[in-house]
Design a protein around this ligand. Structure first.
Ligand SMILES: Cc1cc2nc3c(=O)[nH]c(=O)nc-3n(C[C@H](O)[C@H](O)[C@H](O)COP(=O)(O)OP(=O)(O)OC[C@H]3O[C@@H](n4cnc5c(N)ncnc54)[C@H](O)[C@@H]3O)c2cc1C
Length: 379
């Protein structure tokens, strides 16, 4: 029997899983809907937990050399006056791993370059999956079909694998728009190894150096009824009262190059697998980006999934995988959703209260939370 593991989706989750599986001697094949792997014009922060996985996969050095190390995560006022600072150096030492900010396109390319035997079949948009005795028939929009015993759904928040084979799930909308930009810019020295996120009223702005001369920034704003209330052409006006560095970053970035996304997540679901089919990454547990953990959780999935499949027979492996990963992934989804609400408060009294709480929260509490977040699960 052909034991190739067919992965739907060549995102960070699908690619990392293919690398982890290849390293354990499994044969994999990836089907991707896009005509070519397009680099998203945005950066990404690979937190300590994700970088621990890449260290195990032997990729930490190459990723570090293409990105910029971040040792502090700061929430600030619009003036960039700090409200809270999470010093990550303790975890860097504990796990001997850095947090890296990197261009998404570069990360994707680095991952693709690591694949040794897996082929990526582009232009293959999965439209349907049908069970046929012990096999599944994958049907693609180019009229091709493939029979396969094992399928891995790494096809993101709008997963077709999930829609076809799993109980109905709910995508929740946060009523927030996110614009992401990359621009040639060198931040003042004090910001070089920090991620700063300025919280205002109904909106926030984050920025981080991703290479010597490039900054990745993101801006989020709430809308009431309709996302068309907001437009990227007005973005400068939304952040008029912010620090001059933020205004400079916005004006230095061509608006037509901005990436626009509506913020949503997947309401936690408790079924990630069925006979020989398993969901990973956003397909299983898409989260809002407020903790910068969506891809990091997909990367953790990749590692745990490969360990489970190496140790157990397929269905037992999928069950173990879900048991190990679900509690942490759901913790991230729920906490991130709450952070998103707190960050976008519009009532000035509540904003004052929120800021006081952030200022007064002892660092020991955030250290405890990061300790939990950065701890990898083992099987
Ligand atoms: C604004 C924003 C900022 C973020 N910042 C961070 C961050 O700093 N750190 C972090 O860890 N996470 C971050 N995330 C989350 C992160 O982007 C996702 O969690 C991560 O990309 C999920 O990876 P994935 O591979 O599971 O899914 P995806 O990245 O969605 O990849 C799915 C892949 O499957 C393909 N596909 C989809 N449907 C089909 C189909 N029917 N047939 C074939 N192929 C298909 C897609 O084309 C895609 O290539 C952010 C998200 C957003 C929206």
């Amino acid at each position: 029997m052909d034991k190739t593991i067919n992965i739907i989706g060549a995102g960070i989750g699908g690619l990392t899983t293919a690398i982890a599986l290849e390293q354990k001697g499994f044969k994999t094949r990836i089907f991707e809907q896009s005509e070519k792997i397009k680099p998203v014009g945005a950066g990404i922060i690979l937190a300590n937990n994700a970088m621990q996985v890449y260290t195990k996969l032997g990729l930490n050095k190459i990723i570090e050399s293409h990105g910029n190390a971040i040792s502090s995560l700061n929430i600030t006022k619009p003036s960039l006056k700090p409200l809270s600072k999470a010093d990550l150096s303790f975890f860097e030492k504990k796990h001997n791993t850095k947090n890296i900010a990197i261009h998404r396109g570069e990360l994707q390319q680095l991952l693709i370059n690591q694949l040794m035997s897996s082929e990526i079949l582009l232009n293959h948009k999965l439209e349907d999956i049908v069970q046929d005795n012990d096999d599944y028939i994958l049907k693609f929009n180019n009229n091709k079909t493939y029979n396969t015993p094992i399928v891995l759904g790494a096809d993101g928040i709008n997963s077709v694998v999930r829609d076809c084979l799993f109980p109905k799930s709910e995508i929740r909308h946060a009523n927030q728009i996110c614009w992401r930009g990359i621009t040639n810019y060198t931040l003042p020295k004090e910001f070089k190894n920090e991620l700063n996120e300025a919280w205002g009223k109904d909106e926030r702005f984050g920025f981080v150096q991703i290479s010597d001369s490039t900054v990745y920034w993101y801006a989020l704003k709430s809308f009431k009824k309709n996302k068309n209330e907001l437009t990227h052409t007005n973005i400068g006006n939304y952040f008029n009262d912010y620090h001059s560095c933020i205004k400079d970053l916005i004006s230095a970035t061509p608006k037509e190059k901005l990436n626009t996304a509506e913020i949503s997540d997947l309401k936690p679901t408790t079924t990630w697998y069925r006979n020989n089919v398993c969901l990973i990454g956003d397909a299983a547990h898409a989260t809002t980006p407020n903790m910068g953990q969506g891809a990091c959780q997909a990367i953790e999935d990749a590692f745990v999934f490969s360990e489970c499949l190496e140790t157990y027979e397929t269905d037992e492996a999928f069950e173990k995988f879900q048991n190990i990963r679900l509690p942490k992934a759901h913790h991230v989804v729920k906490t991130s959703w709450s952070i998103g609400k707190m960050a976008h408060i519009s009532n000035p009294i509540l904003i004052g209260l929120r800021n006081k709480i952030l200022q007064l929260t002892p660092t020991s509490i955030s250290k405890k939370q990061y300790n939990k977040l950065f701890q990898l699960s083992s099987i």
